[in-house]
Each structure stands twice: as C-alpha cells, then as structure tokens.
Ligand binder design. Structure first.
Ligand SMILES: *Cc1c(COP(=O)(O)O)cnc(C)c1O
Length: 231
C-alpha cells in the first residue's frame, strides 16, 4: 500500500471512531511516528500533508531534522535522558514523555536559558506495568502542581501507552482512566490553565483511544510504515 493509501485508510478509521463517539474530526491530531523510516520517507510524510512528526531517539531524529531544515512540527515521544535535553529543546515543540521532576527541572533550566517554551505532556503509567514509564495516577496532582511553577514549560495534557492487546477493545479502560484523570486534575485546578490534551493511541489501538477522547494519536507502523522493506 502506498503512503497516500495508508493516510486515507487511517483518516477513514479516525472519522468513523469520531462518529461512533460523537466527536468532531478536528479534535484529533495525528503524530506521524517516523522512528522506523529514513529521512527521505520522513520527507514524503511531510509532502503528503502530515505536519506532526514523532521521534523517540535524538540520535536518529537530529540528522533528519537537519536534513529537513526543521520542516514540520516535531514531537519527542520516547524516554528522554536528562543529559540529552539540550539537544532536544531547540528542535522539538512538544515532549510527550515528561515522567520525573529532575527532567522537568532540566527542561526548565535549558528552556529559560534559550528563551523558549516547550509544550509538555506528563506521561502517566495507567496500566501499572513495570515496563512502562510514567508517574502513577496517585502522584499526578502533586506532580502537576509542582510543574506549574516552571514558567518555560507549557503543560498541555497527559500521555499514556496502553499494553499491547491482541484484542484492542481491552485497552479501553486505560484510555478512559487517563481521560478521567485529566478531568479530575482540572477539577482540582492543579495547573494554571486547564489540561486540554490527551496523547494516547498507537497503530494497534488508536480507534479505541479516539473514542475515549484522544486529541493526539501517535501512529508509526500502520501509517508511516516500518521501513524500506515494506514500502
Ligand atoms: C513507536 C511509538 C509509537 C508508534 O507505534 P506504532 O505501534 O508503530 O504506531 C507511538 N508512541 C510511542 C511512545 C512510540 O515509541
């Protein structure tokens, strides 16, 4: 299948998931996860009209970003080592994986020095699996209150990863819990501005995530492909 066909299919599926849950299509943004593919294929994604690019390793992303001269809006979606923050903040407008206070402190320090603001999602480990990063839901109120002190971080919302399930429907409680947590944090008014965004849903489970309120889905293998052998 060509990239154009894959985009069309994903579009149709997002539309259907929106219709099924009474949502508007324009409430859902697509991050095209290009971590598996080359610079040329990443360029093709931008040429096809997708705007948001997701990468999870700075070593892989930086040469692409340079080659593409910063075209697109870049989202850092992987676990971020504190010492790599300085290389990330000048390229990525969004960070989906803020999962600890030490990382927030470094982001604040580096962004303040550079005179920029970065948009962040706090990653929450809803499923509680050991293999998943993220703060626990119980920690979230205090964590977000503390983050609000950082003037160079714009906290836009929450992110989670669901366990891989052969039956995607089984991921629904994870996504629902993230949405409920976002709403609870807004009721508690832990941040200066309400949290609007939910980054949740990947190739295997994005329709369920959309039905449960995702505003950003992160799609790699299904949308962009897994690399040259497949295209
Ligand atoms: C790789 C990755 C994705 C995309 O995964 P696919 O299943 O290929 O769509 C989404 N989010 C994160 C955090 C990732 O690392």
């Amino acid at each position: 299948m060509s990239l154009k066909e894959r985009i069309e299919q994903v579009e149709a599926r997002i539309r259907r998931a929106c219709e099924a849950s009474g949502r508007k299509r324009d409430e859902v943004n697509i991050v095209a996860v290009t971590k598996y593919v080359s610079t040329a294929e990443t360029a093709a994604v931008l040429d096809a009209g997708l705007k948001h690019i997701g990468e999870n390793r700075i070593e892989v992303a930086a040469p692409k970003w340079e080659a593409l001269e910063g075209r697109g809006v870049w989202h850092f979606i992987g676990s971020l080592q504190t010492r790599k923050v300085k290389d990330v903040i000048d390229k990525f407008e969004y960070i989906h994986s803020l999962d600890r206070m030490s990382l927030a402190a470094e982001l604040e320090k580096r962004c303040a020095a550079a005179g920029i603001t970065v948009k962040v999602f706090v990653q929450v480990n809803i499923s509680g699996e050991d293999s998943k990063s993220g703060i626990s839901p119980e920690e979230a109120p205090d964590f977000l209150r503390a983050l609000s002190e950082y003037r160079h971080l714009k906290i836009v919302g929450l992110m989670t990863m669901a366990p891989f399930e052969a039956e995607p429907e089984e991921t629904r409680p994870v996504f629902r819990d993230l949405r409920n947590l976002r709403d609870k944090l807004n009721d508690l008014a832990v941040t200066k501005e309400p949290l609007t965004e939910l980054s949740m849903g990947m190739s295997n489970d994005f329709e369920i995530a959309v039905q449960e309120g995702a505003t950003w889905v992160r799609l790699g293998s299904l949308l962009v492909g897994k690399g040259e052998e497949e295209s």
